[in-house]
Every structure is written in structure tokens, then in C-alpha cells.
Design a protein around this ligand. Structure first.
Ligand code: HEC
Ligand code: HEC
Ligand code: HEC
Ligand code: HEC
Ligand code: HEC
Length: 381
């Protein structure tokens, strides 16, 4: 008890204690679900993780998830929250507001593992190791600092299997796919999830390792960088290639190539992207919209009318750009514009959903431009 309290007050001192007293109070084993416990030895990883959406995955920390969770509880009753918790707070499924749940998808969810089952999802797929045991991508000594280690865990080392426990596919009770990032990515086997979402960065992961680089635990993605334009732009720059070619008889060809491994957009079915092509005058003012294409999934009810994805009867159309594919628009230049602007944009949720969740006007409901290209066409001939 005393050791545990000391650990909280002065991590450095506790570190020393843990290091010399092998059979001490095993503070790590008691606080496995409190990521700050790991900070003193795995500093860089801890700081990155704190900025990730995995750290925000509990309903008390993510306004978008919280609102949608409320909508579903309103329609289906409180028991649906347990299903959500399986992936959003897998360490606290039975105590949705307890400390283990509050940390969202934290260190222990991904590292206190003996195996990852491919035939289950979320918490059920994550086969827990004994308290105080953590496995990673490397072979580590049985006694690693204050906790137990072990051989590299294949599901972590392959850069994919662990992710698929939660990101593979989620369906409605009638079998309509909701999120299907993992399924989309399965088509292109060459890159792992980790290669793009956990890029290798300079510097050791913490102060007790010999390695000089590590893979970032920032788990970068559009959602987590939405409110940070710089970080958003930098990551989203890798999402699509946008090219505009002026063709001869008053037309332009706009090509949007998806350079990620899965669909663009991916994940939460509410994500909505589009390509728009506008005519501009000399001063750069938009004079007309020449074309607009939606990159979305259209869910319908039994009568074929638009429906909220979880309550839909089927997926009528999937207009997204699949991994490695491209979409080409050939657009007539009506009105002889001076310039043409092509944009690729993204919304986290479509306007009707924002309205339903009372999130209209919030930053999260505001569209963002992912890419933009402007070409001169005035001096055509
Ligand atoms: C969503 C799952 C996930 C979460 C959450 C997570 N990790 Fe990791 N972690 C991984 C994966 C995957 C790797 C392997 C990356 C690679 O291939 O090198 C890894 C690697 C590591 C490593 C090895 C670093 C090195 O030097 O190469 C350490 C240490 C680690 N994690 C600690 C932590 C700690 C501490 C936390 C919480 C603050 C945490 N992880 C949260 C998935 C996760
Ligand atoms: C007092 C220091 C200390 C604390 C606190 C600590 N660890 Fe470690 N951990 C280590 C050492 C030492 C290693 C072995 C590092 C190596 O070989 O590079 C290690 C290795 C690991 C690995 C294996 C990484 C790999 O390279 O495969 C994981 C995962 C891990 N720790 C997770 C955690 C988590 C989660 C916590 C918090 C609950 C935590 N550790 C707290 C010292 C610590
Ligand atoms: C070649 C790089 C690449 C690979 C491989 C890759 N992704 Fe992505 N991922 C991206 C890019 C770029 C985006 C942003 C564009 C988008 O939303 O489609 C993204 C978006 C996402 C999103 C959407 C996040 C949101 O908030 O809308 C999720 C979830 C995701 N990826 C998970 C995965 C998983 C899981 C894997 C492995 C099965 C994977 N990704 C493989 C590059 C990649
Ligand atoms: C225990 C379930 C679980 C595991 C395992 C897991 N994730 Fe996630 N991940 C989530 C949840 C839940 C969210 C959405 C959180 C939110 O937005 O509230 C998420 C979000 C993301 C995002 C979107 C970030 C953004 O800012 O748009 C990316 C990228 C991502 N995860 C990558 C990974 C990768 C790579 C792995 C494997 C190393 C992984 N995840 C493992 C549950 C998981
Ligand atoms: C099988 C695992 C799984 C289950 C179960 C699950 N989710 Fe998710 N959820 C995810 C993952 C993975 C993401 C990240 C994908 C992305 O960012 O696009 C996510 C993202 C979301 C988002 C978008 C969050 C954001 O910040 O943009 C919402 C909203 C959401 N989930 C709601 C729910 C609700 C409500 C439930 C319960 C009815 C639920 N989810 C059940 C895995 C799951």
C-alpha cells in the first residue's frame, strides 16, 4: 500500500524502488489500467497516446461518439451501451464509468495480451494476460523492469491483427456493413495498418530501451486532427492525389486517386467526402459550380428511403473510392471561365446527422478541404 502511494507521488523514486525490490508491492500490476503508471519508463509513447483518438474513445471524452451513443440508447435501451464499450472502452465493459473504462483504448487493452482471437470482436477478441504482464512487438525479458514481459506477440508484431480486433467490420443485426475498414484493406495485403497510422519516428520510446526510433502512438487520422488544421493537412496530404488536366475542346479532367489501402473515406459510416469543380473569374471568385460528386455510402430502409445506417435495411450504393482506385470526372467548361478549381472535401458527419445529434454549428460538423488545385484556363487558345 505504501509503495503504491509513493509510486503515485514520485514516479522517479518509485521507479528506483521497483527496480531494486523485485518482490515489492508490484505497483504496475495494480495500476495496469492507469496509463500514467507507464509514463516514467515509456515517456514518448505515453505522450503520443494521450493525443490519440484511442485516448478519447470513452463517451466522456468524445462529443461525437457520446451524442451518437445517446441516440442509440434512446432507441434501443441502455444495454446497447455494453456493445459499444466492447471496442470504445474494452477494459471496462461491465463498469462503463469506472476508471478502466474512462481511459478508452489504452495501453493495457493492446498490450496485456496473451493472444488476439480472429473470430471475435473488441473486448472478446482481446485475450487478457495476467495482471502485470505486457507483451509488445519485441522479445523482452520475463522480468521487464517492474512488470513481466515475454516473447513478441505475433498479433502485435504483424502490424495488423490487433487493429482488426476492433477495426475489421461492424454490421447491423440484419448484416448490413457499417464500418468495414479491415475488410476494405484486406484487398491490398502489402501495407500494414501500423505502416501508415503508426509511422516510425526518431527517438527512443522511453528511457529504458536500447532502440533509437519507435512507432508513434499518436494513431494519426482525420478525426483526431480535425481541430488542428496543420496536423490535419499534413496527414490528409497522404490520403488522395488530386490532378486537373485541361483538355482541348473546353473540358477539364479531374482525377482523384486514393493512395491509402482502404476506402476513402473509411471507418464510421457517417464520414462524407466529395469532389467539387468550380469556375473562377480572374480575381479568383467562384462564378459557377461545374460538377460535384459525393463519395459516400447510401443506406436505405425497406421502402428504399434514406435511413440512419444502424437502422437501415441495406446499403443501396457505395460511392467511395476504394483503396488504390481512382475516380475521374470529365467536366465541360461552361461560361468560359478564367480558372478552374478542384477540391476534395471531407465531413465527419452529414448535415442531417449533425442536426439529429444537436451538433450543428460545432467544429466537428464543419466541412474541411483536404486538397485543392487551381488551374488557369483563360489563355486556352
Ligand atoms: C491501439 C493499440 C495500442 C495502444 C492503445 C498502445 N499501444 Fe503500444 N504498441 C502497439 C503496437 C501495434 C506496437 C508495435 C509497433 C511496431 O510495430 O513497432 C506498440 C509498441 C509499443 C512499445 C514498443 C516500443 C519500441 O520501443 O519499439 C511499447 C513500450 C509500448 N507500445 C507501450 C505502450 C504504452 C505504455 C501505451 C499506453 C500509454 C501503449 N503502448 C498503447 C499498440 C498499442
Ligand atoms: C519502471 C519502469 C517501467 C514501467 C513503470 C513500465 N514499464 Fe514497460 N517495460 C520496461 C522495460 C525495462 C521494458 C523492456 C524494454 C526493452 O527491452 O526495450 C518494458 C517493456 C514493455 C513492453 C514491451 C515492448 C516491446 O518492445 O515489445 C510493453 C508493451 C510495456 N513495457 C508496457 C508497459 C505498460 C502498459 C506499462 C504501464 C502499465 C509499463 N510498461 C510500465 C519498464 C517499465
Ligand atoms: C497506405 C496508408 C494506409 C494504410 C496501409 C492504412 N491506412 Fe487507414 N487511413 C490512411 C489515410 C491517408 C486515411 C485518411 C483518409 C480516409 O479517411 O480514408 C486513413 C483513414 C483511416 C480511418 C478513418 C478514421 C476516421 O476518423 O475517419 C481508420 C479507422 C483507419 N484509417 C484505420 C486503418 C486500419 C485499421 C488499417 C489496417 C487494416 C489502415 N487504416 C491501413 C492511410 C492508411
Ligand atoms: C480495442 C479496440 C481497438 C483496437 C485494438 C484498435 N483500435 Fe483504433 N480505434 C478504436 C476506436 C473505438 C476508435 C474511435 C475512437 C473515437 O473516435 O472516439 C479508434 C480510432 C482509430 C483511428 C482514427 C484516428 C483519427 O484521428 O481519425 C485510427 C487511425 C486507428 N484507430 C488505428 C488503429 C490501429 C493502427 C490499430 C492497431 C495497432 C488500432 N487502431 C487498434 C478502437 C480500437
Ligand atoms: C467492433 C468494434 C466497435 C463497436 C462494437 C462499436 N464501435 Fe464505434 N468505432 C469503432 C472504431 C474502430 C471506430 C473508429 C473508426 C473511425 O474513426 O472512422 C469507431 C468510431 C465511432 C464513431 C465516430 C467517432 C468519431 O470521433 O468520429 C461513433 C460515433 C461510434 N463509433 C459510435 C458507436 C456506438 C454508438 C456504438 C455502440 C452502438 C459503437 N460505436 C460500437 C469500433 C466499434
Amino acid at each position: 500500500m505504501k509503495t503504491a502511494r509513493l509510486f503515485w507521488l514520485t514516479p522517479a523514486l518509485a521507479l528506483a524502488l521497483a527496480g531494486c525490490k523485485k518482490d515489492s508491492g508490484a505497483p504496475v500490476g495494480q495500476n495496469d489500467d492507469v496509463p500514467v503508471t507507464c509514463q516514467s519508463c515509456h515517456q514518448a509513447v505515453y505522450e503520443e497516446w494521450q493525443q490519440s483518438m484511442h485516448a478519447m474513445a470513452h463517451h466522456s471524452k468524445d462529443a461525437l461518439y457520446a451524442s451518437f451513443r445517446e441516440v442509440r440508447i434512446g432507441k434501443e435501451g441502455l444495454q446497447i451501451a455494453t456493445a459499444c464499450a466492447g471496442c470504445h472502452s474494452p477494459r471496462g465493459v461491465d463498469a462503463p464509468d469506472g476508471p478502466a473504462a474512462m481511459t478508452g483504448v489504452a495501453c493495457a487493452a493492446c498490450h496485456q495480451l496473451d493472444a488476439v482471437r480472429a473470430d471475435a470482436k473488441g473486448a472478446k477478441a482481446l485475450v487478457r494476460a495476467a495482471p502485470g504482464t505486457f507483451r509488445g512487438p519485441h522479445d523482452t525479458p520475463k522480468e521487464s523492469g517492474p512488470h513481466q514481459g515475454g516473447p513478441a506477440l505475433p498479433a502485435i508484431a504483424d502490424g495488423k491483427s490487433l487493429c482488426l480486433a476492433c477495426h475489421s467490420e461492424l454490421k447491423t443485426p440484419n448484416g448490413t456493413p457499417l464500418c468495414s475498414t479491415g475488410m476494405e484493406a484486406a484487398a491490398g495485403e502489402d501495407a500494414t495498418c501500423v505502416s501508415c497510422h503508426m509511422p516510425e519516428v526518431e527517438g527512443p520510446s522511453g528511457n529504458l530501451t536500447q532502440r533509437t526510433t519507435h512507432r508513434s502512438h499518436r494513431f494519426v487520422g482525420p478525426r483526431g486532427t480535425w481541430e488542428a488544421p496543420e496536423a490535419f493537412g499534413k496527414f490528409m496530404d497522404t490520403a488522395v492525389d488530386l490532378k486537373v488536366k485541361v483538355l482541348d475542346p473546353g473540358t477539364v479532367e479531374v482525377t482523384v486517386a486514393n493512395t491509402s489501402q482502404h476506402a476513402f473515406p473509411s471507418g464510421f459510416p457517417g464520414r462524407l467526402a466529395w469532389i467539387s469543380v468550380d469556375a473562377l473569374d480572374e480575381a479568383g471568385t467562384v462564378t459557377a459550380t461545374l460538377a460535384k460528386a459525393m463519395l459516400d455510402k447510401q443506406y436505405v430502409d425497406a421502402e428504399g428511403k434514406p435511413a440512419l445506417p444502424p437502422y437501415s435495411a441495406s446499403l443501396k450504393a457505395d460511392n467511395r473510392i476504394q483503396g488504390g482506385q481512382q475516380k475521374v470526372l470529365t467536366v465541360a467548361l461552361k461560361g468560359d471561365p478564367a480558372k478552374v478549381r478542384a477540391q476534395v472535401g471531407l465531413r465527419l458527419m452529414p448535415p442531417p446527422l449533425a442536426k439529429m445529434m444537436k451538433m450543428e454549428g460545432s467544429v466537428l460538423a464543419t466541412p474541411r478541404v483536404v486538397k485543392e488545385v487551381v488551374v488557369e484556363v483563360g489563355a486556352k487558345e
